[in-house]
Design a protein around this ligand. Structure first.
Ligand code: BG6
Length: 506
């Protein structure tokens, strides 16, 4: 790690700073060699360094306070607005006076409204804060931003273009916090370290892939207006889910070089297709929650949430049947589902392997061979599909491979069984928070887990295609589901014939 980096957080009075950024920085400072950075929080409200530290400490749970106390002396505060030249001049002086001075690497975290990303970057550039000190190799300048990166392809392109007027791509760290999750990174590790699955990881052996991100929460207080303008497809599917999908489907990278990995992800995203935009109702379901029960308590419907327009047409649930048009995956359905106010929170990838070539066991009694074949052909009797690989991302962090074994006894009957790995049981500890890993990587200058502009554009191309189809004459209707249910029954119809049904996460 370079000597004494400096981290500047714009939006320092915000929720993300106290909930995620400061705890993550405190843990990095406590655990990582060289985590000796200084932090300057910037936001409009006037307060002293002491006030800032006191407020943050009071917010933290007891178990995080020891780490925080070690970081606290290096935590500073400056009142000001990111577009105010005077404030930025004061920031520049403040940073010069901190350990490392002008020669320190500087990370600017823009925890701001998305419409301020480009404004902030330009202001930083005008204040001379994005130029490296002459002859100082360690004096890097990096900027971190969070989604949403645009609201469609044209706006995402505009944002990239504006950022690129003052920043090089290698200075831009676009966070997708799902990539900071240990179990999401493990998708790469699991696929490309274990050779046994590689020969099976394609259309010859995989029948379908399911990705679910189910949430129990509804639209949280204070987010109604944002969410209502965004919807489930843009809020979760376009970014987090497509990133997970990219890691599941991408080709093996030739090395662990960040560009090698990101090149493969972008190729996969470019091959992603919505099967037939002229009949979108056959390949997608959208819905919003109505009043129901969550966590044992009655909860309001989406349109009664604060900040949501009473006549809103925004979806809180989306399920799609997508395809990947390349040699590895052509013809394999990728079923993607996300919803709020579902019965429980779980994120999971399931890879369903094909059935054995001939079903020898557990045939229905009294059915002739010819009838059996006919019933299977017309889909009224499905063969047992014993092999499913489940990659559980959260809250359970596990991998499970199911298969059939002979049931003890005189008959040749098979029973379902599974091999299971549980992250916490195996390693004896919970994985670190996503922000800890991402902030450390940004300080170290590793862009592997950050999004490149072309990945974002490829994801928007797909999302825009779906959204355009949803605006057309064949758009699927906006259905309703009671809060606390698994969403509209119609989404089961995205599975054809004997493909199965949505996982419920256990
Ligand atoms: C955010 C979305 O990006 O991710 C939220 O804006 C969502 O709507 C959240 O609740 C989910 O994150 P996690 O890590 O809790 O799965």
């Amino acid at each position: 790690m370079p000597q004494t980096p400096q981290v500047v957080i714009f939006g320092a009075s915000g929720d993300l700073t106290r909930r995620k950024l400061v705890p993550a920085l405190a843990r990095i400072a406590a655990r990582q060699a060289g985590g000796d950075f200084s932090v300057v929080g910037v936001s409009r409200r006037p307060k002293t360094d002491e006030d800032f530290r006191r407020e943050l400490r009071a917010f933290l749970p007891e178990e995080q306070r020891a780490d925080f106390d070690r970081l606290a002396p290096r935590l500073h505060y400056l009142a000001g607005d990111v577009s105010d030249a005077e404030a930025l001049a004061a920031l520049s002086d403040r940073l010069d006076a901190l350990p490392g001075g002008r020669g320190a690497g500087r990370l600017f975290y823009l925890s701001l409204k998305p419409e301020l990303f480009a404004v902030a970057a330009v202001s930083l550039a005008e204040a001379g804060l994005l130029v490296m000190a002459e002859g100082e190799r360690e004096a890097w300048r990096r900027v971190v931003i969070e989604k949403p990166f645009g609201t469609d392809l044209p706006s995402a392109r505009r944002l990239s273009r504006d950022l690129h007027t003052v920043l090089r791509e290698e200075q831009i760290y676009r966070i997708d916090h799902y990539l900071g999750k240990e179990t999401v990174q493990n998708l790469l590790g699991f696929r490309f370290h274990n050779a046994i699955f590689e020969p099976l990881w394609n259309r010859h052996h995989v029948e379908l892939v399911q990705v679910t991100v189910a949430e129990e929460i509804g639209v949280e207080p204070g987010r109604g207006a944002y969410y209502d303008a965004t919807g489930a497809l843009r809020d979760m599917l376009q970014n987090h889910m497509l990133q997970v999908l990219a890691l599941v489907g991408m080709e093996p990278p030739p090395s662990l070089d960040p560009e090698a990995i990101r090149n493969q992800k972008v190729e996969l995203l470019r091959a992603l297709r919505f099967p037939d935009p002229s009949t979108p109702h056959e390949f997608g379901v959208r819905a919003r929650y109505a009043a129901g029960v969550a966590g044992g308590k009655p909860v309001p419907g989406y349109r009664e949430e604060e900040g949501v327009a009473p006549g809103s047409g925004t979806e809180t649930y989306v399920a799609l049947r997508a395809e990947i048009a390349n040699w590895r995956w052509n013809g394999v359905p990728f079923l993607l589902r996300h919803g709020k106010r579902l019965p429980r929170r779980f994120t999971e990838v399931q890879v369903h392997f094909r059935t054995p070539p001939l079903q020898l066991f557990d045939r229905p009694a009294g059915v002739s061979e010819a009838d059996l074949r006919r019933l299977q052909r017309d889909g009224s009797l499905c063969e047992i599909r014993p092999n499913v690989l489940t990659l559980a991302v959260q809250p359970r962090e596990a991998i499970r491979l199911s298969f059939g074994v002979k049931r003890p006894g005189p008959s040749m009957s098979m029973a379902p069984a599974a091999l299971e790995f549980d992250y916490r049981e195996h390693f004896g500890e919970a994985p670190p928070d996503a922000y800890e890993r991402l902030l450390l990587d940004a300080i170290l200058g590793d862009q592997t887990l950050f999004l490149r502009a072309d990945e974002i554009e490829a994801s928007w191309r797909f999302a825009d295609e779906v959204l355009a189809a949803w605006r057309g004459p064949e758009a699927p209707p906006l259905l309703e589901y009671p809060a606390g249910s698994w969403g509209p029954a119609e989404s089961e119809a995205l599975f054809r014939g004997c493909e199965g049904r949505w996982s419920e996460g256990r």
